[in-house]
Ligand binder design. Structure first.
Ligand code: NDP
Ligand code: MG
Length: 381
């Protein structure tokens, strides 16, 4: 039996994790959490019968208690509740399907409690990668990547030796705006940015894909997950999202993982690693693949990628600044309070104005997150 807790069960990754649970009888769902979607959390609770669930606020928790009074489940709320879900005694593994830096505290708590982590919540590794990876080592827990590119790299690393890695080639679809100029990006709308060509995902990561900040966050995520130098991580645009990423070894061999654009595969691989199980769904049909294109990313237009390389090379709190500024800017863009290119401007200004430090601890990371939010609010008044 695989005993699984999920933070962010009502989102894109969360619901696909539950699809895997539906198809695999030996998954037991111990605990679930959502921010505000009580309708879906109620439905999931009735279907999967977790011991514990958590929702964003006290008021929503009270409402859920009324709705679920015929069900034997404990209901909590807020950050304390999220941490309880992450650390629930009966679980073996936590799926971090929540979006944003809110995932840091529950992830750290789960590692301290000895839980393996199926990590989708990349913002946690981007900002606190140095803390998370060394804590995981100390506590002997596995951090299993769910992000499709990182799962592909993880799969391509199996049976090989870390010292033999020459380069990681992280693939990117290029998003809905691939090939556009800066001028053409000036007036794109939220609706335009939400039209991802290949993947159906939550709103925040879909905007991040359009700006290519997502690929920048993934470079930093790869740096921590696989302990590689940022200079050895190369981003290559592969618009069809068939090659999910590649590892080049020192003898010149390149090992890639290919597949359809279906997040259930990396989720299932993380849950059952090292076992591979049957997965319902389409298979790659090589006869229909007329060509797989590979291109260089346009880092002068899609500045998110350029800034991410700068942030990870500078180190300290700079990845936190990049990530927090992006979280805030994307929220403002989704509310139609700023234009698409302002996302880059706000990241740049935050990076230029912050006071960096070496080897930040969790408290420093949260202080910097707050500084960035205040800074951007003062800029956007
Ligand atoms: P979604 O927006 O679809 O889902 C986010 C989940 O987190 C929802 O369950 C949401 O609850 C919950 N949540 C959001 N804010 C809060 C909060 N303040 N307190 C408690 N819960 C909250 O995101 P995705 O599933 O797309 O992404 C999740 C993570 O996985 C992100 O870090 C993303 O970068 C990463 N990822 C996603 C991929 C994908 O295909 N979607 C691919 C690779 C990585 P509610 O529904 O109630 O709002
Ligand atoms: Mg990805």
């Amino acid at each position: 039996m695989r005993n699984v807790a999920i933070i962010g069960s009502t989102g894109s990754i969360g619901t696909q994790t539950l699809e895997i649970a539906r198809d695999n009888r030996d998954i037991n769902i111990c605990a679930l959490s959502a921010g505000s979607n009580i309708d879906l959390l109620e439905k999931q609770t009735r279907e999967f019968k977790p011991e514990l669930i958590c929702i964003g606020t006290y008021e929503l928790a009270e409402e859920l208690k009324l709705r679920l009074k015929d069900v034997d489940v404990r209901i909590t709320y807020g950050m304390d509740g999220l941490i309880e879900v992450a650390c629930i005694e009966s679980s073996d593994i936590l799926v971090t399907a929540i979006v944003g830096m809110i995932g840091i505290k529950p992830t750290v708590a789960a590692i301290n409690a000895g839980k393996d982590i199926a990590l989708a919540n990349k913002e946690t590794l981007v900002t606190a990668g140095h803390i998370i990876m060394s804590l995981a080592k100390e506590k002997h827990v596995s951090i299993l990547p769910v992000d499709s590119e990182h799962s592909a790299i993880f799969q391509a690393l199996q049976g090989n030796t870390h010292g033999d890695i020459a380069k990681i080639h992280l693939t990117a679809s290029g998003g809905p705006f691939r090939g556009r100029t800066r001028e053409e990006l000036k007036h794109v709308t939220v609706g335009d940015a939400l039209k991802h060509p290949n993947w159906s995902m939550g709103k925040k990561i879909t905007i991040d894909s359009a700006s290519m900040v997502n690929k920048g966050l993934e470079v930093i995520e790869a740096r921590w997950l696989f302990d590689v130098n940022p200079d050895d991580i190369n981003v290559v645009v592969q618009p069809q999202s068939i090659i999910h990423s590649m590892v080049e070894y020192r003898d010149g061999a390149v090992i890639a993982q290919l597949g359809t654009a279906d997040m259930r595969l990396p989720i299932q691989y993380a849950l059952f690693y090292p076992e591979r199980r049957y997965l319902r769904g389409d298979r790659l049909d090589f006869s229909k693949l007329s060509e797989i294109k590979l291109e260089k990313p346009d880092m002068d237009t899609f500045l998110g990628l350029k800034y991410a390389y700068e942030a990870i090379k500078t180190g300290g709190l700079m990845p936190t600044v990049l990530n927090a500024a992006n979280e805030k800017a994307v929220a403002l863009f989704l509310q139609e309070k700023i234009q698409f290119l302002d996302i880059y401007t706000l990241i740049r200004e935050s990076m230029d104005n912050c006071v960096n430090m070496e080897n930040p601890q969790l408290g420093d990371i949260f202080d910097m997150e707050q500084w960035v939010y205040n800074f951007i609010e003062s800029r956007c008044r």
